[in-house]
Design a protein around this ligand. Structure first.
Ligand SMILES: NC(=O)c1ccc[n+]([C@@H]2O[C@H](COP(=O)([O-])OP(=O)(O)OC[C@H]3O[C@@H](n4cnc5c(N)ncnc54)[C@H](OP(=O)(O)O)[C@@H]3O)[C@@H](O)[C@H]2O)c1
Length: 254
């Protein structure tokens, strides 16, 4: 295998939740590897990642959609196809988290988390998958799972349930689509320094407990995800299907 296997030139990608955090880092990384990358968010300001993608010499656009509303899903896939002509890579990154003791966990938190973190992943994959199947040229679907795809977490029952579902959905879709040249895989990020983990990092006790358990002895940065994302979106990973790759500083091995 030479490094050409990691090139994404000529590929068209959509990264959900790419206004900030891990999604922005993934979107920019895919563009630097050569892909055109559509960005998505809810903030009406132009996504900073789009500027970086332009600088990398790739095409981009920015599309607003609230993934808590399933009626918004088709527009995201349609926008990508109308801007770029096709969708070769879908990265289901957007996700949210709400913390509360299970006994008091509000139904509206549960419904929002399951919709944004799991239903959107399935329905966007279904829409992109249909397009990839119809085209007959394969494709890559990369889901952003979590350590809580393997573990239960504390105070986050809906997040753990949704991310556990993302890992299982990754395998279920891979089983159906692997023979059609569509790779469905996931990355399970460890504890990364983004807004998603701000509450944990601001809690001195939880922050210390988490850091003590990470063999790499530091929180992850969004850029730590980039290499794994390029790999799982490129032909270098063509024989990898239904895998959940931990990028966690060694957490799960401990
Ligand atoms: N950070 C970690 O340690 C960690 C660990 C494991 C897994 N993850 C997962 O990694 C992914 C990215 O998280 P992050 O750490 O980068 O978090 P983040 O900084 O909070 O970014 C989350 C992204 O998802 C978008 N999003 C949230 N709710 C949405 C909705 N209803 N509709 C549309 N977009 C929505 C956000 O859009 P806005 O900018 O509009 O809010 C934002 O772009 C998530 O799936 C998360 O669960 C993160």
């Amino acid at each position: 295998m030479n490094f050409e296997g990691f090139q994404l030139t000529g590929k068209n990608a959509l990264v959900t939740g790419s206004y900030r955090g891990l999604g922005a880092a993934i979107a920019v990384a895919l563009a630097r590897a050569g892909a055109n990358v559509g960005c998505h968010g809810r903030d009406s300001k132009y996504a900073p990642a789009c500027e970086e993608i332009h600088r990398a010499g790739s095409k981009t656009f920015y599309h607003l959609a609230d993934l808590a509303d399933p009626k918004s899903y088709a527009s995201l896939i349609e926008k990508t196809i109308s801007e770029f002509g096709s969708i070769d890579i879908l990265v289901n990154n957007a996700g949210t988290i709400r913390r509360s003791p299970a006994a008091e966990y509000p139904a509206e938190y549960w419904n929002e988390l399951i919709t944004v973190n799991l239903t959107a992943v399935f329905q966007l994959s279904q829409l992109a998958g249909r397009h990839m199947l119809d085209r007959g040229k394969g494709g890559k679907i990369l889901n952003i799972a979590s350590l809580l795809s393997f573990q239960g977490g504390i105070l986050v029952p809906a997040y753990a349930a949704a991310k556990g579902g993302v890992a299982q959905l990754t395998k279920a879709l891979a089983n159906e689509w692997a023979s059609k040249g569509i790779n469905v895989n996931a990355i399970a990020p460890g504890y990364m320094a983004t807004e998603n983990t701000e509450a944990l990092r601001n809690d001195p006790v939880r922050s210390r407990q988490i850091l003590e358990r990470i063999p790499a002895a530091r929180w992850g940065e969004p850029s730590d995800i980039a290499g794994a994302a390029i790999f799982l979106c490129s032909s270098a990973s063509d024989y990898i299907h239904g895998h959940v790759l931990a990028v966690d500083g060694g957490w799960l091995g401990r």
